[in-house]
Design a protein around this ligand. Sequence first.
Ligand code: HEC
Ligand code: HEC
Ligand code: HEC
Ligand code: HEC
Length: 147
Amino acid sequence: MPPQLKTLIPLFILFILAFLIARHFLVPDSFGKEGHYRFESVEDNKEMPMFYAGNEACAECHDKAAEMEYDMHADLTCETCHGPGMAHYENPDNKLIMPRDRSFCGLCHASNNTRKYKLAQVDLEEHNPGMKCVECHNPHLPWEIAE
Ligand code: HEC
Ligand code: HEC
Ligand code: HEC
Ligand code: HEC
């Protein structure tokens, strides 16, 4: 046996022991209960605040908007445009975003040849400049154009 091993073997044993002891203290108790994760993190996540309420929540009070839902702007959810609605759902005094700016509609509709999904596009500089899109297009039923 080479003489170096006399020091290396105890050193390895020491490392392994140190690792096992550290592991014992560092790995959380519920780790591995249901899989390769800390099981209690599920409970932690359930307690996180919710920001989005979902279309069904909006329909509880906004009947008209809810009826439209099937024709709704290409199945966008209300909160795509009005922003996270949980606070408003819990108390309607909390105002939501009313996205009336041209630039907002442009996020999806400004002409851009590199867009992968070719939805209807307009050139923001040429398509009725100076007016808000919602003066002519109903944002909920956008294919209805006001006279
Ligand atoms: C508990 C009933 C209730 C629920 C649920 C509710 N709303 Fe409302 N909402 C109201 C009331 C009442 C108003 C009018 C408040 C006002 O004019 O101050 C309103 C106003 C609005 C407005 C207009 C705000 C403005 O500045 O004119 C929008 C947009 C809106 N709600 C969207 C939503 C969306 C999106 C959801 C779902 C996330 C939702 N609401 C859920 C009761 C509700
Ligand atoms: C494509 C974006 C978009 C989507 C999706 C959308 N909204 Fe709106 N919403 C708007 C805009 C923009 C206005 C302001 C319209 C105006 O000023 O003429 C508005 C206005 C409103 C208003 C106040 C005026 C009114 O029509 O009564 C309510 C309430 C409302 N939205 C609720 C909803 C609900 C509920 C949903 C989902 C079922 C929804 N919206 C989906 C963009 C959107
Ligand atoms: C999150 C992306 C998104 C936003 C924001 C958005 N739209 Fe749309 N819009 C769509 C999709 C998807 C369609 C489905 C039709 C398509 O594929 O062109 C559509 C359809 C339309 C159409 C009908 C086009 C046609 O084919 O006749 C009009 C008009 C329109 N939107 C106007 C608006 C206006 C005005 C706003 C701002 C209030 C707006 N959109 C905001 C995604 C969006
Ligand atoms: C003065 C009224 C008016 C205003 C303001 C207006 N539009 Fe239009 N829009 C129309 C009319 C009318 C059409 C149908 C004829 C055409 O294509 O020009 C149309 C068509 C569209 C289409 C369908 C284009 C296609 O190729 O199918 C989209 C998308 C659209 N508009 C989005 C917008 C957006 C986004 C804004 C704001 C930046 C806006 N519009 C402002 C009147 C308007």
